[in-house]
Design a protein around this ligand. Structure first.
Ligand code: GDP
Ligand code: MN
Length: 376
């Protein structure tokens, strides 16, 4: 589970990492009051669970309380990479002298946490790593040792960070351990004009397996600011939005993952991951299709089902129900195989919807869906 910036900031503060004073609101009027409390000048920041808010216009300075109200009004409701802004954080502005990047992330392949740090912070770390790989230090953490002062000094030296960031690196590790996080990231960690070290932005991903002892964020923490993710979660669908154009629905996580690969190998990009599960009913198929078809980024949909517990005729019934209910405007390519495939295919043939095509192989279906998605 990802936390919002304001939640990450709260955790940092509790562990002794310096953060700017800030408050959160969903109301422009209250934003004006908050700005007054914070001394007038503020930075208004969209609270969405995605990075690159600054570039998308979701982080803006405001010179006084009326400007803060106006800016909050602009940012609230904004769409940032498919995330609707429901709240803004107003933060005391910081005079930035230097920006650094620091994070701890689980390196599953190594079976260890990895410290990533760079003296070139501020922009996305992927960009820095692509342009100047030598500017990004990577240091594995021994799980039995954790990040001691000595280890933190090693990380800071490797990245070219000054000695007074060592304390922050140790405290950030405490956040990770105490809060059961899989990722903690500060980008940027800054040197202020006054000489201090301040965490200006934060990202924390908690380990869902530790939910039972980390339930302080309650409903807000589990909230979805992507309306499609919220709709999918309400229908108990396993849905993840990606940034391509081919909608993907399959039954079973393994099949869906290989479907994503096949779509990618055909030169298109999947728009999402939607697993309707092993025992999917007609109803679930209909729910899944309605979520995918309401995503404006989707240009074509690939339904890839291998009938097992759920027979293909039930899936075909679900598709027909969904088509009747939704009136889609985008083409669907359906590949049914496995249990009762012949009956399922016959149902779709008889229904003869002009936007639905069938394919017998996964590769053939993926090619067709990719062609349809990239047609114009
Ligand atoms: P992100 O774009 O989602 O990573 O959002 P950030 O919170 O990192 O803000 C984007 C950028 O805005 C930061 O990297 C800073 O360069 C800048 N920024 C944010 N807050 C302040 C501030 O208080 N003072 C200054 N000078 N820059 C800020
Ligand atoms: Mn940032």
């Amino acid at each position: 589970m990802d936390l919002y910036e304001h939640q990450a900031r709260e955790l940092f503060a509790e562990h002794g990492i310096v953060v700017p004073r800030a408050e959160v609101t969903d109301s422009p009027k209250e934003a004006r009051e908050i700005a007054r409390r914070l001394g007038g000048r503020v930075v208004v920041k969209a609270q969405v669970k995605t990075g690159g808010r600054g570039k998308a216009g979701g982080v803006k300075p405001a010179a006084d309380p009326p400007a803060a109200e106006l800016t909050a009004r602009q940012i609230l409701g904004m769409d940032i990479k498919g995330h609707r802004v429901g709240k803004v954080m107003l933060a005391e502005p910081v005079d930035v002298e230097k920006e650094w990047y620091v994070s701890y992330v689980l390196d599953r392949a190594a079976g260890r946490f990895l410290a990533i740090a760079s003296a070139e912070g501020g922009t996305e770390i992927e960009e820095v790593a692509a342009r100047h790989p030598e500017a990004v230090a990577r240091v594995h953490i021994d799980p039995a040792q954790g990040v001691t002062s000595a280890k933190a000094a090693e990380i800071a030296t490797a990245a070219g960070l000054p000695p007074d960031t060592v304390d922050v690196l140790v405290r950030l590790w405490d956040v990770l351990v105490r809060e059961d996080a899989l990722l903690v990231e500060v980008n940027p960690l800054v040197r202020t004009a006054q000489g201090g070290v301040v965490a200006l932005d934060g990202k924390v991903t908690l380990d869902d397996n530790a939910r039972f002892r980390q339930n302080r964020w309650g409903e807000e923490g589990t909230g979805h600011d992507d309306p499609l993710e919220a709709a999918a979660a309400a229908r108990h669908l396993n849905y993840v939005r990606l940034d391509g154009e081919v909608g993907v629905i399959g039954n079973g996580a393994g099949l869906v993952m290989s479907t994503l690969d096949v779509v990618a190998s055909c030169g298109a990009r999947p728009a999402n991951f939607l697993d309707i599960g092993g025992g999917a009913s007609a109803r679930i198929m209909a729910d899944g299709l309605s979520v995918i078809l309401s995503d404006p980024a989707v240009k074509s949909v690939f339904v890839n089902v291998f009938g097992g517990i759920t027979a293909c005729d039930a899936v075909a019934d679900g598709i027909v129900q969904a088509l009747d209910a939704i009136q889609p405007t985008k083409p669907l390519v359906v590949r049914l195989d496995g249990n009762n495939a012949a009956r399922g295919r016959a149902i779709l043939r008889e229904h003869a919807h002009p936007l639905v095509q069938q394919a017998t192989t996964m590769d053939g279906a993926a090619r067709r869906a990719a062609e349809l998605a990239t047609a114009d």
